[in-house]
Design a protein. Structure first.
Ligand SMILES: Cc1cc2nc3c(=O)[nH]c(=O)nc-3n(C[C@H](O)[C@H](O)[C@H](O)COP(=O)(O)OP(=O)(O)OC[C@H]3O[C@@H](n4cnc5c(N)ncnc54)[C@H](O)[C@@H]3O)c2cc1C
Length: 513
């Protein structure tokens, strides 16, 4: 039998959530035998953030929000042409049901196989990158603390201490998928440096192991205690998160006084007006106080810290008093690592990474294609950057042998997907997923070109019409898909979180799994 060639080229995927995990899965299946895949994420489990607001109110479901990465990478068959060449269909019309990671029961891997020489999954915090290398730190495992040899262990362990204090490690790559997403608003930010807890409730991330399932579940349990204790809650920001928090809180605790403050006159303005109407009706039915068209100008010092009453003032001169304030405003894209590599990759308008429709990173403005491409971005793009060139890199990438790229400006071998990428599409799990598919297939095409096996054109990502589902309490939800708006009443408490799990063993739901 001829031994399999040792991998000499590397594709890295940075961030393994809705976007990165999908790219990793396709690449693990399609990369040629002499290529290896390295996936790095700071979390030990995929954080299914859609359900975070609900589960911080009903924490009995919390373990379902942290999906094991086991089985996310699959055994590569001989090069899978169908995967690399399937049409650029973007079945966004079937959404907003969250895209399900395809079942992998027939493709199950042992833990060892997930960490073989061709596919490596690392729990680590990415700290910097150059055009052909990425540097990261792994968390130190508990047991390593008492071990003087302090070997720094690898992926998805619930025993990590939460301190990412391993030595800096650098991996050289030929292609990269940058999928570091965006930071979450404070009330659902399990990675918050200073989680605000009610007085008397202490929460030490490091004690629980930041980035682990155990930490996430404990954090949700503590948040739930806090929400239960507060009688008057003001939620600032009428996006999906604010609406879901307000309606869930009122549904579970009808006697609480819940106020939703929104700076605009309309909820979800990117969607048909029927969506706004359904949301207003849902809030009204549950008894949420709704304040539209007022912007908060004075915030309390520690909005989420139960204790002294919190005072808020709006630009209309009104004052609100609460026990707890939940700031549910905007998410900031995680672009600092890309910005350090090349500041011109960041759009000054949206603060996201400029990408070509092929999802290749661009060092300058790109013509926006999505329905949300705004006028300012269009104006800033009057002078368009050159189209992407094929990757310059054509050399091996072992951790020690590769040198830095000669052409720092060429980032056509780096792809960005999901919340951190500027595509004109809405920031959503399903858009990240479809963008990741395009990026992964294009990497395979570029490799095939580079190796002289095929010359297929790269595929373009085409954003579909905005689609979203917003729950309005435990049973009701409103869905917008293009022009269609539907209200349904079949909701379940756990929001069917397990749909997202590629495979399920009972022990996976254990807090420590
Ligand atoms: C409360 C809430 C509810 C939502 N509900 C929906 C919904 O119902 N439907 C929908 O379509 N969208 C929903 N969204 C939006 C959706 O979650 C995002 O658009 C989606 O998460 C984007 O996916 P992503 O892969 O680009 O990034 P993310 O999901 O943000 O993932 C980024 C990954 O990168 C990792 N990472 C970040 N920095 C580092 C680092 N330095 N080192 C290593 N790893 C790092 C993170 O751990 C994470 O795994 C919701 C968002 C929120 C906050």
């Amino acid at each position: 039998m001829v031994p399999a060639p040792l991998p000499s080229r590397t594709v890295v995927v940075l961030g393994a959530s809705y976007g990165g995990a999908r790219a990793a899965r396709i690449l693990s299946q399609s990369l040629p035998p002499d290529w290896r895949l390295v996936v790095i994420d700071r979390n030990s489990h995929m954080n299914h953030v859609y359900v975070f607001p609900r589960f911080t109110i009903l924490p009995k479901h919390a373990p379902k929000a942290y999906i094991p990465y086991t089985n996310h990478l699959i055994t590569p068959p001989p090069l899978d042409k169908s995967s690399a060449s399937s049409p650029a269909s973007s079945p966004e019309s079937d959404l907003p049901t969250p895209p399900r990671t395809p079942s992998s029961t027939s493709l199950a891997l042992s833990d060892d196989e997930e960490d073989d020489s061709r596919r490596t999954w690392i729990q680590g915090s990415v700290t910097s990158m150059t055009s052909h290398s990425v540097t990261f730190t792994r968390p130190c495992r508990r047991r390593d603390l008492s071990d003087s040899s302090a070997s720094f262990a690898s992926a998805h362990s619930h025993t990590t201490t939460g301190t990412f204090d391993g030595p800096d490690e650098t991996i050289y790559f030929d292609y990269a998928v940058y999928a570091l997403g965006s930071g979450m608003p404070d009330p659902v930010n399990v990675w918050s440096e200073h989680p605000n807890m009610p007085s008397g409730i202490v929460f030490d991330h490091h004690e629980h192991g930041l980035g682990t399932k155990k930490c996430g579940v404990r954090w949700m349990q503590k948040k739930a205690q806090q929400l239960k204790k507060a009688q008057r809650i003001v939620i600032v920001g009428g996006g999906a998160l604010g609406i879901q928090f307000a309606t869930d809180l009122k549904d579970v605790y009808p006697n609480k006084e819940v106020t939703l403050l929104h700076s605009r006159m309309r909820f979800m303005p990117h969607y048909p007006v029927a969506m706004h109407t359904a949301i207003v009706e849902g809030l009204d039915r549950l008894g949420v106080n709704v304040v539209l068209g007022e912007r908060v100008v004075t915030w309390p010092n520690e909005p989420e810290h139960l204790g002294l009453p919190k005072i808020l003032r709006t630009d209309k001169g009104r004052q609100f008093e609460a026990d707890l304030v939940l700031p549910c405003t905007g998410q900031k894209p995680h672009v600092s690592i890309m910005a350090s590599l090349s500041p011109s990759t960041i759009s000054p308008i949206t603060s996201r990474i400029r990408v070509h429709p092929t999802m290749q990173v661009s060092n300058g403005p790109v013509r926006p294609v999505g329905p949300r491409a705004n006028t300012l971005e269009r104006l800033s793009n009057l002078s368009l950057h050159a189209p992407p060139t094929p990757p310059a890199s054509n050399r091996g990438s072992s951790d020690t042998s590769a040198s830095e790229n000669d052409d720092e400006d060429d980032l056509s071998h780096v792809f960005a997907v999901g919340d951190c990428a500027e595509t004109g599409a809405i920031q959503a799990g399903h858009t990240a997923y479809w963008q990741a598919e395009v990026a992964a297939r294009n990497i395979i095409r570029l490799i095939e070109r580079q190796e002289g096996r095929a010359k297929e054109e790269l595929e373009n990502y085409k954003p579909g019409p905005p689609a979203i589902k917003v729950s309005l309490g435990l049973k009701t939800a409103v869905t917008a898909n293009g022009d269609e708006v539907k209200v349904s009443h079949e909701g379940v408490e756990d929001l069917q979180a397990l749909i997202m799990w590629p495979s399920l063993n009972a022990q996976d739901l254990d807090v420590n799994a």
